[in-house]
Design a protein around this ligand. Sequence first.
Ligand code: 0GY
Length: 298
Amino acid sequence: MGTFEMDADWLCFDPSPSKPTYRLPPGAVDAHCHVFGPGDEFPYAPERKYTPCDASKDQLFALRDLLGFERNVIVQATCHGADNAAMVDALVASKGRARGVATVGPHVGDDELAELHEAGVRGVRFNFVRRLVDPKPDDYYRSIAERIAALGWHVVVYFEAQDLAERWDFFTSLPTIVVVDHMGRPDVGKPVDGPEFGLFLKLMAEHPQFWSKVSGAERLSLSGPPGYDDVVPFHRRVVETFPDRVLFGTDWPHPNLKGHMPDDGKLVDYVQRIATTEELRQKLLVDNPTRLYWGDDT
Ligand code: 0GY
């Protein structure tokens, strides 16, 4: 047995996902995914709120190839805290085919930031989901944002819809592009034209530095698989209203899912339902993530 035992109710990712019927366009990017450990090599953080099953870089790259993506954006998961070693190891092994989003503290050294940049990190993640991280004051995050703005990086924020009003002034004062994970986790049992999702759409409309990931259908859905039908109108609205500021990601290996584990091949097929023209899919899957994460490639 390894050093870490996954939580008793942890659902491990699908070990044999289907090949999508939808053929991804050349250059497609899976812009939200993670690596977990392996814990024996890259220990999970003492302050973590969950212990997952291991999900290695080699398993991620095999999935990338099966699904037909060319590139990944690997987002630091909270089970690794601010130790970015597993994510950086994956970036280096990808040979330029992955970029990263890191977790750092306000006192991170200039040398460490330079090393992260060299490895392929282009953003930091601020996580406001209380079941995942202990809350920290706004100034903690503000000082990180000021440090990383100088590198041309952006901020990725993860929060739940009911917290947006309270965080609005802070979010809109950040000095960088701000990418919102999973569309700010709307309650899809509420109307797409209602006030809760309306506030998120207003954020995107009034603040052109905001981007949204149209990801997490399997996480947000109340109706569940196979179609995640109740999430489609929300994702579609964001894709069609802000086609140049949306990203798609599988969210593999799907931390903290309860009830079911998605077939990642079917998640790729799902993209056709939320981006209904070739032009929208080209922007969502290729042009937008390439501009944001590989824009400085010469
Ligand atoms: C996600 C969502 C979750 C977890 C994390 O870093 C994490 O631990 O992001 C979640 O539990 O909702 O996007 O991976």
